[in-house]
Write a protein that binds this ligand. Structure first.
Ligand code: GLV
Ligand code: GLV
Length: 320
């Protein structure tokens, strides 16, 4: 029998690769960059399964390159890079990596929240530039966190993990979600509100919704108008959920106090003007970027491929 072939579109932890190698002939992208769309199309030829990244566009055209391919396993929980309907129409499995990166992503939302509210990055820069000449009462004043109101947009796994952390800071927790989640309300003591109310009442607004047709530019000019001028926006979900140009304007005009971002509308491009603003902290999409989490993701993605190529439904299938 022909040995099955798997493509891994970028180096991932060896735990996942080794697992795949126990079963298949594995080709890993050894370049120091992602494949272009055209390169990916070439590489998919002759493969049975593909382990891909959130930056790889997996559309019908890629799916039609090779009919042997049974699965595209995303190395991410978000899968807005994949065309689910196209996969369904072709009986191809798509999978993601839910759960294993929930805590790491919630942690980075908090890292950005703290860094923005307490001006950690500005402070670091200030010292390195030799400007620290002594304590004084108005040096780099930030915003309180404990006891404030946090508004969570999207009460899925990550939104919940962010809320659990907010409880430890004695915060008032508001949430907005497509559907009401009574279990979450009971567990967290969170209040279900409209998006408008959440924006108007929150000191911190944090986004944990997937990118869909409904959530694209969910936060734009009108929404920034509704926010407190002392509010801080945190986005660790997907860049296009926030209208980045509107965000720049809101920050410049001090319609909001600050923002902490892990994701961008046109990644890896970042709106030029954001770079010049002091009241924003920028991270290069590090939500799941810890040793432990990336290992778990590699194993999970590998297991999805192994299942699919053994004729089973992958455990984290998103295309049924
Ligand atoms: C990261 O952004 C992910 O979706 O896993
Ligand atoms: C993703 O893991 C989510 O449901 O928040």
């Amino acid at each position: 029998m022909r040995e099955k072939k798997v493509l891994v579109t970028r180096k991932i932890p060896e735990e996942g690769i080794n697992r795949l190698k126990e079963h298949f002939n594995v080709e890993v992208n050894e370049l120091d960059r992602a494949y272009t769309y055209e390169e990916l199309k070439e590489k998919v030829k002759g493969k049975d399964g593909v382990l891909c990244l959130l930056s790889d566009k997996i559309d019908g055209e890629i799916m039609d390159v090779e009919d042997r391919v049974k699965i595209f396993a995303n190395y991410a929980v978000g899968y807005d890079n994949m065309d689910v309907e196209a996969a369904k129409a072709r009986n191809i499995y798509l999978s993601n990596t839910p759960g294993v990166l929930t805590d790491a992503t919630a942690d980075i939302a908090w890292a950005l929240l703290f860094a923005t509210a307490r001006r950690v990055v500005e402070g670091d820069k200030y010292i390195r530039e030799g400007k620290f000449l002594g304590w004084y009462p108005t040096l780099l004043l930030g915003r309180d966190i404990s006891g404030k109101t946090i508004g969570i947009i999207g009460a899925g796994r990550i939104g919940r993990a962010v809320a659990l952390r907010a409880m430890a800071f004695n915060m008032k927790i508001l949430y907005y979600n497509r559907s009401r989640k009574e279990k979450f309300e009971k567990e967290i003591g969170a209040e279900y509100v409209t998006l408008e109310e959440l924006l108007g009442r929150s000191d911190y607004v944090t986004i944990h919704t997937p990118l869909t047709k409904e959530t694209i530019h969910m936060i734009s000019h009108k929404e920034f108008e509704m926010m407190k001028d002392t509010a801080i926006l945190i986005n660790t979900s997907r860049g296009p959920v926030v209208d980045e140009k509107a965000l720049v304007m809101a920050l410049k005009k001090k319609k909001i106090w600050g923002a902490g971002l892990d994701v961008y509308e046109n990644e890896p491009k970042v709106e030029e003007e954001l770079m010049d603003l002091q009241n924003v902290v920028l991270c290069p999409h590090l939500g799941s970027a810890t040793d432990e989490t990336r290992i778990k993701m590699s194993i999970m993605a590998a297991d999805n491929i192994i299942a699919a190529l053994n004729g089973e439904v992958p455990p984290n299938c998103i295309s049924l």
